[in-house]
Design a binder for this molecule. Structure first.
Ligand SMILES: Cc1cc2nc3c(=O)[nH]c(=O)nc-3n(C[C@H](O)[C@H](O)[C@H](O)COP(=O)(O)OP(=O)(O)OC[C@H]3O[C@@H](n4cnc5c(N)ncnc54)[C@H](O)[C@@H]3O)c2cc1C
Length: 392
């Protein structure tokens, strides 16, 4: 019988597995970790605080279909994410940089003048990418943009990616624009929530289906081999398909070299205090080796009386076998490198690449669900109708 093997039990793997199972197909999902949810995995620590061992994840989307799909598998806590940047020892301002940040950092009269120019040239309530602002025809705006670039973007981006903002280009830099408004939410999407009992439970519910068989602690690369357009399972040609959400260079034995990724080292600390910092996340944009401090109790909407947990993030170079590949680095040279693997994948008619690592793309959790829905349509020819999906 035709086998469908999904490699990876993160957002991408779980969504595609569930959609295929709903359409009557039997699916095997394997993950080499002993946890589900991929990098969105979360758990409760010894103090009863929900933490995210692979880094803080906040759900947000403008796409109602994605929100409705996930709502079948979780209840939600309303949560609007707010981030601040520690620019100087005594100055913590909202990011994305907004009019409040402007008045915090400039003398009042100058701030008023810059605000007037921004409103006139860009428009009130508009968002504008920093790289665009830096090229603006007004000298006053360019001067302001240089100030924001220096204090908010440059050092943070160098720490996070090891590249200057200009080298990364718009796809990355546009994620955090400058707001010509007092909007202080990090995301402006219509749907901003945290799953009430966490991401891992939500994904566990997505995977709970009689046609899905889940195998954790199972490294697909120990059983699957890929050679000359044929996929082998335990040495025999596979009758079926593989949907792969891991690193594409690993899939092909690194034959075109290791793809560059950015890794992270997390330093967690439990503190005997109900609150550590004024905002859920504080970015360190001009100092320190870490990029940001996140405080988990502030995401959970259930502050504890006597304890809180913070995590500092130290970006690092990825070293194969030594640390985890978290972020594909979206620069042209790397995209060309990835294209070789993508071409190779196309020679296997029963292999589908999906997700952040296999597609070598900087995607959020909602994008992962959307790409899985698109792949479902590509494989089956059907569009997803979420009304047909049972609640868990
Ligand atoms: C630090 C950090 C913070 C983030 N914050 C946010 C956020 O706030 N909001 C947001 O929307 N998104 C956020 N993201 C992005 C989010 O993590 C991804 O969009 C999402 O997890 C992608 O899911 P995925 O299933 O494609 O990949 P992953 O979550 O990486 O899952 C891939 C899975 O495949 C498994 N796997 C790989 N190779 C094999 C193999 N050979 N055999 C078996 N299993 C294998 C892995 O163990 C893993 O579980 C963040 C990402 C990071 C790194």
């Amino acid at each position: 019988m035709e086998k469908i093997i999904v490699v990876g039990a993160g957002f991408s793997g779980a969504t595609i597995a569930r959609l295929l199972a709903e359409s009557g197909k039997d699916v095997i999902v394997v993950d080499k970790r002993d946890t589900i949810g991929g990098n969105a995995y979360d758990c409760i620590d010894k103090n009863g605080i929900r933490i995210q061992p692979y880094g803080p994840h906040i759900f947000h989307t403008h796409d109602k279909e994605i929100f409705d799909f996930l709502s079948k598998f979780t209840e939600w806590n309303k949560y609007e994410h707010r981030v601040k940047a520690k620019v100087r020892k005594d100055k913590v301002v909202p990011v994305p940089f907004n009019l409040t940040s402007l008045f915090e950092l400039y003398p009042k009269a100058k701030a008023e003048r810059i605000k007037d120019v921004l409103v006139k040239e860009i428009g009130l309530d508009k968002k504008v990418p920093i790289l665009q602002l830096k090229k603006h025809e007004s000298a006053e705006i360019r001067e302001f943009a240089d100030f924001v670039y220096k204090n908010i973007f440059y050092i943070y981006t160098m720490k996070q990616w090891g590249f200057k903002p200009e080298q990364l280009g718009e796809a990355v830099m546009n994620r955090v624009p400058v707001y010509v408004s007092e909007e202080d939410r990090y995301f402006t999407d219509e749907f901003q929530y945290m799953p009430k009992n966490g991401f891992a439970e939500m994904i566990s519910n997505i995977l709970r289906h009689p046609r899905i068989q889940l195998k954790l602690r199972t490294d697909a690369m120990k059983r699957l081999t890929f050679a000359d357009g044929v996929i082998y399972l335990d040495g025999k040609p596979l009758d079926g398909m593989v949907i792969y959400t891991g690193c594409v260079d690993e899939l092909f034995g690194y034959k075109y070299g290791v793809l560059p990724y950015r890794s992270l080292k997390f330093k967690f600390k439990t503190l005997k205090t109900p609150s550590y910092q004024e905002s859920a996340v504080i970015n360190y944009t001009t100092s320190h080796k870490f990029t940001r401090i996140s405080e988990f109790t502030k995401f959970a909407c259930e502050p504890q009386e006597n304890a809180t947990v913070i995590v500092k993030e130290y970006p690092q170079k990825f070293k194969k076998g030594k640390n985890i590949p978290y972020y594909p680095i979206p620069i042209e040279k790397n995209r060309q490198h990835y294209a070789k693997y993508e071409q190779e994948a196309k020679t296997y008619k029963n292999l589908y690449l999906l997700g952040r690592l296999a597609k070598y793309k900087y995607i959020d959790m909602d994008d992962a669900v959307r790409y899985a829905m698109d792949l479902y349509t590509e494989i089956t020819g059907d569009t997803v109708d979420i009304n047909d999906i049972a609640n868990n």
